[in-house]
Write a protein that binds this ligand. Structure first.
Ligand SMILES: Cc1cc2nc3c(=O)[nH]c(=O)nc-3n(C[C@H](O)[C@H](O)[C@H](O)COP(=O)(O)O)c2cc1C
Length: 275
């Protein structure tokens, strides 16, 4: 988080149009959240144990459906294990570089064990609904941890690549049945020689609907965003492209899912009996 940045400048970085709302009772949290940027270059210094403890407390303080708490997290510091996970996630060098890697899990295994110990049915675990509860819980927990970690001056980047090979990742982490890594998160001290920038987002009018879903004005607003994103790409030394075209290409077909098109099969193999 940049203490020096004002809400006005952070808003400008996030949207590159419009103005920040004035008169908020407290701007500090919004300034902190607006300052987020994914970090993919880290110094080797370890993350202190007390910071990990704080991150887990932040994660556990997130809301959780019915207090089921059907998520867990594996903290990986071992360099060899991080290297293997980096390969499984598609050869992502930042997993090797960041001193701490958190694998966020949808974890139905705990309730399965509690049911078995009590000889009690746990058939509810076999429904897509319960799996989704775990995925939502894991995401809420992880994002609370991310916000806390960034407040400590650390950088993070989520790693969806952990779903490229779910069974191998489960073996590497020793996961029981009914437990899957939903995504990972690199954590470390950002390498200030290679700073990351705040990436602009879609105009609020595209994502915020009032009373009823409404696509009037969507094309025009996305057109504006294509221009904003293209300028950002150029500034970052990346190939400029229209965001809308690039995102449509990302969902063109199973070939664009990095092997995750077989997730259904992987879930079966991991002991989720989803109905
Ligand atoms: C669930 C999830 C999975 C992601 N997976 C990856 C990944 O595997 N590798 C990566 O470099 N970034 C990954 N990201 C980071 C996004 O690319 C990034 O958040 C997005 O481009 C917006 O950039 P920003 O976070 O800097 O604002 C992931 C983000 C999320 C939320």
């Amino acid at each position: 988080m940049s203490d020096a940045a004002t809400l006005k400048t952070l808003w400008a970085a996030r949207y590159r149009e419009g103005a920040a709302p004035g008169g908020l009772p407290d701007e500090a949290m919004l300034r902190h959240l607006l300052a987020h940027r994914s970090v993919r270059a880290y110094r080797p210094d370890p993350v202190a144990e007390r910071v990990l403890e704080g991150a887990v407390a932040a994660a556990q303080s997130a809301s959780t459906s019915s207090n089921l708490q059907v998520w867990s997290v594996v903290a990986v510091e071992d360099a060899g294990r991080r290297a293997r996970l980096a390969e499984l996630a598609g050869g992502q060098a930042h997993i090797r570089q960041a001193p701490l890697f958190l694998a966020w899990l949808v974890d139905l295994s705990r309730l399965a064990r509690l049911g078995a110990e009590r000889s009690h049915a746990t058939e509810g675990l076999d429904y897509l609904e319960t799996f989704l509860v775990g995925v939502v819980d894991a995401a809420l927990a992880a994002q609370n941890a991310a916000a806390f970690l960034e407040a400590q001056g650390l950088g993070i980047v989520y790693i969806g690549g952990l779903r490229n090979h779910p069974e191998q990742v489960a073996r590497e982490l020793g996961l029981p049945d009914r437990c899957m890594a939903v995504f990972g998160m690199c954590v470390g001290h950002p390498d200030t020689d290679r700073p990351a920038a705040i990436k602009p987002r879609l105009p609020q009018s595209v994502v915020l609907h009032r009373e009823r879903y409404d696509i009037a004005g969507e094309d025009e607003a996305i057109g504006r965003y294509d221009g904003i994103d293209e300028a950002f790409q150029r500034e970052q030394g990346l190939a400029p492209r229209a965001w809308s075209d690039a995102m449509v290409r990302r969902v063109a077909g199973p070939q664009s899912l990095s092997g995750r098109d077989r997730l259904r099969e992987a879930l079966d193999a991991l002991g989720f009996a989803l109905r």
